[in-house]
Design a protein around this ligand. Structure first.
Ligand code: N01
Length: 505
């Protein structure tokens, strides 16, 4: 783990003078923030363009009741900035958001973040070998490299339910929680039983008069070994930082071992399923309800969820689990296929995000004016999840096939940031203006990744998930151990790239 100097001066050049800066970063979540800290340390000129008014990405957006991370706090932070003050084993949203803000200040990068700056297009200018990034309301940032750190799960997906527009009550997505809506004594519908819903339901069930939970597919849910961090632990982490590093390593290895079942030997997961079925039988008294809550696909196919309070919550008197499909919305609620109208004061759509088919949130034009989302119309792909042929000096953080079903995304993010820094360093030392990954290198890499994914639980486990495109292509997940991902990004290989000079596009 690397120590970074704190209070590094942010060398942002956010001016629109037209003078090119080294790097324009889009997004101030974990990816953009980590990138900014490393660019500042290297003395690069850069700016972070953030459309919102504050930083934090997913941890700024997902403020629903109960929001917390399912990766333990000692692992879910930057390797160079361990936090001895985490109050729980699993960090809550507001603590993670505060941690990110603290990092921005400690490493001096906040002045480099332009809030309220929404990118509308990014265009590679072949003559100058520069990126021209256009902002909403006019204005342009010109940079040698463009880092897109816009997040894989940043675009909420509302359910496609007939008549929803005519529903007269409150309606909001889990990632856009309406804190102005008073829950007390109200009837609330929650659609979905993914990671967001299973945190929301236990958090709001004691507050609402009635909660109707619409489940389309049950999730595999395992116990969550959460507890508060004791004062003694926190003191020990301060006095002996290696003890926290050891805890981080132990958690990393424990989580990493899950990749064996997910990616190499899905049959092993049948053993875990037996355990979880027993757990459901112990926790859910009514066998009919237990059967409804038991998945019929391989564990791991959809993200495995962690919770101790979801099963108790669905058994509360004021909670109903509805498995009949929703046929349409009425002005007063939701009508299900069994003819029942569920009248509610609010509908919470915990229905996930546009992921596998999302593409870039803004048009990105590369060589020959080609648009990135056009190149990705059959599914997003990149080399090492980071660079795309025909888009010189474009770097993606959490790009295609970098997602994980088993470990911390911050590990992936840091691997990619290090790769970008190596690429920038290599270009500078060779006097090269831009690099473009060779199409055959990208193609061979993706053929390998897809062949490996074909054997994983995500592709073979018998479920539909946000990991897959409509035609079943897995564009989101990395098919192996995360240390393999890091090793493959540990060197910037010139042979993989074509060097471009200005005017030589
Ligand atoms: O979204 P999801 P999420 N009618 O897509 C259902 C991360 N995350 O926001 O399974 C009825 O997983 C849908 O049903 P089905 C994490 O990576 C992490 O919960 O498609 N139901 C499903 O049950 C996670 O995987 C944390 O049949 C409809 C649910 O909505 C990712 O974010 C916390 C429907 C969507 O589940 C996304 O999680 C939260 C419809 N029309 C999120 N449409 C932690 O770290 C969708 N559904 C703890």
């Amino acid at each position: 783990m690397e120590e970074l100097p704190k209070h590094a001066a942010g060398t942002a050049n956010a001016s629109e003078s037209g003078a090119p800066i080294d790097v324009a970063v889009v997004g101030a979540g974990f990816g953009g923030l980590g990138m900014a800290i490393h660019l500042a340390r290297a003395g690069r000129s850069f700016v972070v363009l953030e459309q919102a008014a504050s930083l934090g990405g997913t941890w700024r957006d997902n403020r629903y009741p109960g929001a917390a991370c399912d990766v333990p706090s000692n692992l879910y932070c930057f390797s160079f900035e361990p936090n001895p003050d985490w109050t729980r084993v699993y960090p809550e949203q507001r603590e993670i958001e505060a941690y990110m803000n603290r990092c921005a200040d400690q490493y001096g990068v906040r002045p480099a973040i332009r809030f309220g700056a929404r990118v509308v297009t990014a265009r590679f200018d072949e003559r100058a070998a520069l990126w021209r990034v256009a902002l909403e309301g006019g204005g342009e940032v010109v940079s040698r490299a463009l880092v897109s750190a816009t997040g894989g799960l940043s675009r909420p997906k509302l359910p496609d339910i007939e008549g929803l527009a005519h529903y007269a009550g409150a309606l909001f997505h889990s990632a856009r929680w309406d804190h102005g809506f008073g829950l007390e004594g109200r009837r609330v519908a929650v659609i979905g039983t993914g990671a967001s819903a299973i945190q929301i339901v236990p958090a709001i069930a004691p507050r609402v008069a009635r909660l109707v939970l619409f489940q389309r597919t049950p999730a595999w849910i395992v116990p969550r070994d959460d507890r508060p961090r004791t004062d003694a632990e926190r003191a020990r982490y301060r006095r002996h930082p290696w003890t926290q590093k050891l805890s981080r390593l132990a958690t990393y290895l424990r989580f990493e071992s899950r990749a064996i079942g997910f990616t190499r030997a899905p049959w092993l997961l049948a053993l875990a399923e037996r355990e979880v079925r027993r757990y459901i039988a112990r926790k859910v008294r009514d066998p009919v309800l237990a059967a409804k809550l038991t998945p019929a696909y391989r564990l791991g196919c959809k993200r495995v969820l962690l919770s101790n309070d979801f099963y108790p919550a669905v058994q509360r008197e004021n909670v109903a689990l509805v498995t009949a499909p929703i046929v349409r919305a009425t002005p007063e609620g939701l009508l299900t296929a069994d003819g029942v109208e569920h009248r509610v004061d609010a509908i919470v759509a915990a229905t996930g995000f546009h992921a596998a088919e999302a593409g870039s949130p803004f048009p990105v034009f590369g060589l020959g004016g080609h648009e990135l989302n056009d190149s990705w119309k059959d599914g997003a792909k990149a080399y090492l999840g980071t660079t795309v042929a025909g888009f010189p000096n474009l770097f993606l953080i959490t790009g295609p096939n970098t997602g994980l079903g088993h470990n911390s995304m911050i590990y992936v993010i840091e691997s990619q940031i290090a790769y970008v820094m190596r690429a920038l360093g290599a270009m500078r030392s060779r006097g090269v203006a831009a690099v473009d990954v060779r199409p055959e290198v990208e193609a061979a890499y993706n053929a390998e990744i897809q062949a490996r994914l074909a054997r994983t639980v995500w592709n073979t486990g018998g479920c539909a998930s946000w990991y897959l495109t409509r035609d079943g292509r897995n564009t989101t997940l990395w098919p192996g151990f995360t240390f393999e991902f890091r090793r493959r990004l540990a060197r910037f290989r010139w042979d993989d790239y074509r060097a471009l000079a200005p005017g030589a596009g």
